[in-house]
Design a protein around this ligand. Structure first.
Ligand code: URA
Length: 240
């Protein structure tokens, strides 16, 4: 019976290494190792998920779908064609850009912290759907000292231009003289900045520290990324 497993050249193509032809040439040129062993047969078949390759000297672990967390630094836009800054996509290896990985929602260029990226359309839709109300936690540094009245306004709801009804934070805690921990269930344009402004203060710096039950990995430096494991994807589904 014919094996249903994908060939090495198909796996390389799906992983973003280039066209099937180019990937076949890489294998035939002896530039690919599979699980530590040289393999020069493009039609050799393997289980895709978790396969460990070395391609032209570069180690690579195969993932059928891409789910990543990035520690977004200041000065990067969440756009494929940025206008004024670099693109967050420039922080990823070319193979992932080739696979059409997209940011799950957007952070402003001057916002730092947890950004998810994926090539799974259903996952992106589920995470960004207003109906899912995935909670997102932001560490807000304000320009002026925070008052209890401002925090209370954020909890009970503030009216933003072009919104039909006031928007309220799921939670709002004063964590310092000029610091707030704000949990939002929506992801509207500039939402934190607009809500804080409507409450009578101003955002000086903004950092997203958690989405659902998934915190930004403290080991990740700004600009670094990592693959999400199954338990991370589970954590995302749980409340913050
Ligand atoms: N709210 C904002 O105002 N900016 C962000 O980047 C994210 C949420």
């Amino acid at each position: 019976m014919k094996s249903k497993l994908p060939t090495l050249q198909r796996i390389l193509q799906a992983e973003g290494f280039g066209t099937r032809r180019y990937c076949g040439d890489l294998v035939e040129a002896g530039l690919v190792e599979v699980e530590g062993q040289p393999c020069d047969d493009p039609d050799a078949t393997f289980v895709h998920q978790g396969l460990r390759l070395t391609v032209d000297g570069e180690p690579w672990v195969c993932h059928e779908k891409v789910y990543l967390m990035l520690h977004k630094p200041v000065g990067y836009e969440c756009s494929q064609r940025p206008l004024h800054h670099q693109s967050v996509y420039s922080l990823l290896p070319h193979q992932l850009r080739e696979r059409g990985v997209q940011a799950v929602g957007r952070l402003d260029q001057d916002t730092t912290g947890l950004l998810l990226l994926s090539d799974d359309g259903q996952f992106i839709h589920a995470q960004t759907s207003p109906r899912r109300k995935v909670p997102k936690i932001y560490e807000v540094t304000t320009a002026d000292p925070v008052t209890e009245a401002q925090a209370q306004a954020l909890r009970t709801g503030v009216q933003l231009d072009d919104e039909p009804a006031p928007l309220a934070a799921v939670a709002c805690e004063i964590t310092g003289e000029r610091a707030l921990l704000l949990t939002l269930a929506e992801g509207k344009y500039h939402q934190v900045k607009r809500m804080v402004a409507a409450a009578g203060n101003h955002v000086a710096a903004l950092h997203r520290s958690r989405i659902g039950g998934l915190p930004l990995d403290p080991e990740l430096e700004p600009g670094e990324w990592k693959w999400l494991e199954a338990h991370d994807l589970e954590a995302l589904k749980s409340a913050a």
